[in-house]
Design a protein around this ligand. Structure first.
Ligand code: PLP
Length: 379
């Protein structure tokens, strides 16, 4: 699904020497490399504060702790996402409220959010799934009207732009009150281990979060709040600095691959390709379209599972993200949920399939993958 080895080959010298430099410096924790990367990411995202941490799941949890959410508070999020999003809500004793998603872009459905709001609702967690932003304009408007926090789960869309209704371009993850991302190796900006970060433009929240990631300390050995230990290693930060310089190039390579996939699948009766903005050619530096963390098709003739098997037999990697809606997972089942409220997710889990998507895909690979998919789906 990804080709981390091929990508590493292109940056080996730079990464190797940066990693060696950290080893020789012995500043393994909170060293200068972490601060350098933090500042580079603040500038790239045009956000006031980046707080690095240990992984994307921690980033979400710490963001919620920083906002002061407390047990009993309801947090609305998407039914169709990776479990980390809902896991941290439940872990903090908050009440997850899962809602359906949009059938076109797979992101949280705005009308479903409106229906789910109660007097106990405190926050909305949109997930920018597969690399395309949720409808942030409407989500922020709902949040303003109901005095809710918005926590963006940006683990899959780092570098994606979002143009708001006033024409302002913002980076995904910097639009809500706080954003969280993951540097898991296969993410669009991945390190060589675990890593994550929290973003915010709110000075007070940033200060609170900086203490939380460090055992609740604002002054050494004074623990003002209950915190956690969540740090980005200096070695990972050094690797991330090398890769951040290339993030736009990497995302462009993904967009180019997606465009070729789209062209190959054009006119296919049983295959629905991912949405980008209608005016977008699919190749753009500066619009709010997709950064293709995943390239995900919908297979409309019931052959999805057989196709996955066929691709595996032909040594073409593929993935089903996600095969089971969160509201049907044992850990997150809730008697308040009604199957009729999840018709989109319930359909998507039967139809979606993600094809190999990374920065090193070549034309020959794309041709082999797309012809194999088309021959099977039509056969
Ligand atoms: C990867 C991912 C996370 C978790 O990130 P980790 O770094 O693996 O903890 C959270 N949410 C989404 C949507 C993700 O894809």
């Amino acid at each position: 699904m990804v080709d981390l080895k091929g990508q590493y080959a292109g940056i080996k010298e730079e990464v190797d020497s940066a990693v060696l430099e950290v080893i020789e410096s012995t500043a393994y924790i909170n060293g200068p490399k972490v601060h350098e990367f933090q500042r580079e990411l603040e500038s790239y995202l045009d956000v006031k504060h980046v707080i690095p941490c240990a992984n994307g799941t921690d980033a979400l949890q710490i963001a919620m702790m920083g906002l002061g959410l407390t047990p009993g508070d309801e947090v609305i999020t998407a039914d169709f996402t990776f479990a980390a999003t809902v896991e941290v809500i439940a872990l903090l004793g908050l009440t997850p409220v899962l809602v359906d998603v949009d059938p076109e872009n797979f992101n949280i459905d705005v009308d479903a959010i409106k229906k789910a709001i109660t007097p106990n609702t405190k926050a909305i967690v949109p997930v920018h799934l597969f690399g395309i932003c949720a409808n942030m304009d409407e989500i922020m408007e709902i949040a303003r009207a109901h005095d809710l926090y918005v926590i963006e789960d940006n683990a899959q869309a780092i570098g994606a732009n979002y143009t708001d209704s006033n024409g302002n371009k913002r980076k995904a993850g910097t639009i809500g009150h706080v954003g969280a991302t993951s540097f898991f190796p296969s993410k669009n900006l991945g390190c060589y281990g675990d890593g994550g970060a929290i973003f915010t433009n709110d000075d007070k929240l940033a200060h609170t979060i900086r203490g939380i990631v460090n055992h609740g300390m604002y002054v050494r050995y004074h623990h003002d709040v209950v915190g956690v230990n969540s740090r980005l290693d200096s070695i990972q930060a050094a690797i991330l600095s090398s890769k951040l310089k290339r993030l736009d190039l990497y995302n462009r390579a993904r967009q180019e691959a997606a465009k070729k996939y789209n062209e190959a699948f054009r006119g296919e009766e049983h295959i629905v390709t991912p949405v980008t903005k209608p005016e977008c050619s699919g190749i753009c530096d500066d619009c709010d379209c997709h950064v293709f963390h995943q390239y995900t098709l919908k297979i409309k003739n019931g052959k999805r599972d057989d196709l996955a098997k066929h691709l595996n037999e032909n040594e073409i990697p593929c993935g089903v993200y996600y095969p089971i809606p969160l509201h049907r997972q044992k850990a997150y089942a809730d008697t308040r949920y009604n199957e009729n409220d999840f018709t989109v997710t319930n359909t998507l889990v039967e139809e979606v399939i993600s094809l190999p998507m990374h920065t090193e895909l070549d034309d020959e690979q794309i041709e082999f993958i797309t012809s194999t998919v088309k021959a099977f789906v039509n056969g």
